[in-house]
Design a binder for this molecule. Structure first.
Ligand code: CTP
Ligand code: MG
Length: 234
């Protein structure tokens, strides 16, 4: 079975949430969001490595948090690397630490704690057939493309619009090539797939679930608390 490494970017400032504690370290029901996310990945058999990108002041905290998690999977390597000023730079740093036995690399936002292991595995299988796979859901709102003055320019056909989530899984060689090219040419994307797409990689969308929300705004944190509380009900 082809082995998987996952990069968890966790070095953001969380400006849209506005919390004093960095988002991945906010505790819900006694555990940081990052721990909830890690637990989802530990359910994936082909997983061999987890690389977490954090800001320098969270390294010790992350090591401590891993003590509680790493004992559950002795076959998985755990690494902590320093993040960068943009999500893309955090991931670029982490890519240097991917182990050479690994064939597939997933990138997953540390602040998406509700991803299902079956969906991660589905992305891996698709990435092995193509160059990459992105977990997502069909757009529920009509999406408008606007001009800077907010005049609506285009209403794309909603049936062809999907919201891209993470994980986004790629063959290691393809993802490294995409990152080297983006960094060399000064391209900064809002997701990993866009970097692979721009070098001609074939990436497929895999249908996930709407529970795989990214904790971005205060309302997302409230929803996340409700979901975790409901899971803890005996
Ligand atoms: N991230 C990162 N390094 C950065 C920026 C973001 O590792 N320089 C991580 C975040 O910690 C998060 C994930 O990328 O786990 C998704 O980013 P996002 O939800 O945008 O988080 P923030 O950038 O922290 O939030 P905001 O954009 O509101 O400031
Ligand atoms: Mg951000």
């Amino acid at each position: 079975m082809d082995q998987l490494a996952v990069i968890l970017p966790a070095a953001g400032s969380g400006s849209r949430l506005g919390s004093a504690v960095p988002k991945p370290f906010i505790e819900i029901e006694g555990d940081p969001i990052l721990s909830h996310t890690l637990m989802s990945f530990l359910g994936v058999k082909r997983l061999r490595q987890i690389i977490i990108a954090v800001s320098s002041d969270q390294v010790a905290h992350t090591e401590q948090l891993l003590n509680n998690v790493s004992a559950r999977r002795s076959d998985v390597m755990f690494d902590i690397v320093e993040g960068g000023a943009e999500r893309q730079y955090s991931i670029h740093n982490a890519l240097r630490s991917v182990h050479n036995t690994v064939e597939l690399v997933a990138v997953h936002d540390a602040v998406r704690p509700f991803v299902h292991p079956d969906h991660i595995e589905a992305c891996c299988r698709t990435a092995l057939i193509h160059d990459g796979a992105v977990l997502g859901v069909p757009a529920k709102d009509t999406i408008k493309q606007i001009a800077p003055d907010r005049e609506i320019q285009v209403t794309p056909d909603r049936s062809l619009l999907w919201q891209a989530q993470t994980p986004q899984v790629f063959r290691k060689s393809m993802l490294i090539r995409a990152y080297e090219s983006a960094i060399a040419e000064g391209f900064v994307g809002t997701d990993d797939s866009s970097l692979v797409e721009r070098i001609g990689g074939k990436v497929k969308m895999v249908k996930g679930g709407r529970e795989n929300l990214k904790i971005t705004y205060p309302i997302d944190l409230e929803i996340a608390k409700l979901i975790i509380k409901s899971k803890n009900v005996p």
